[in-house]
Design a protein around this ligand. Structure first.
Ligand code: SF4
Length: 78
C-alpha cells in the first residue's frame, strides 16, 4: 500500500481524500492515514499531496520508515 508520513502532521490538506477511488484515507488526530488493507495501490493520492507526504511503502524515505507501521497501527487501534 501507499502510506502517509510526517509532512502531513498538523497539515491534513485532504486533497488525497478527494482523489482516492476506494475512500481508504482517514483522518486521525494530527494527520491522515491510509488503511493498508483497503488501498489498491493506484497512486492517485501521491501527486496531489501539497506537502509530498505520501509514498509507496517501499519508497518511503528512511527517516520516515516508522510511518509505515504507524499507518497499520492506527487502524489496529480503532
Ligand atoms: Fe487510495 Fe490509491 Fe492512494 Fe491507495 S494509492 S490510498 S487506493 S488513492
Amino acid at each position: 500500500p501507499y502510506i502517509i508520513a510526517e509532512p502531513c502532521v498538523d497539515v491534513k490538506d485532504k486533497a488525497c481524500i478527494e482523489e482516492c477511488p476506494v475512500d481508504c484515507i482517514y483522518e486521525g488526530g494530527r494527520m491522515l492515514y491510509i488503511q493498508p488493507d483497503e488501498c489498491v495501490d493506484c497512486g492517485a493520492c501521491e501527486p496531489v499531496c501539497p506537502v509530498e507526504a505520501i509514498f509507496y511503502e517501499d519508497d518511503t524515505p528512511d527517516q520516515w520508515s516508522g510511518y509505515i507501521n504507524a499507518n497499520v497501527d492506527f487502524f489496529d487501534d480503532l
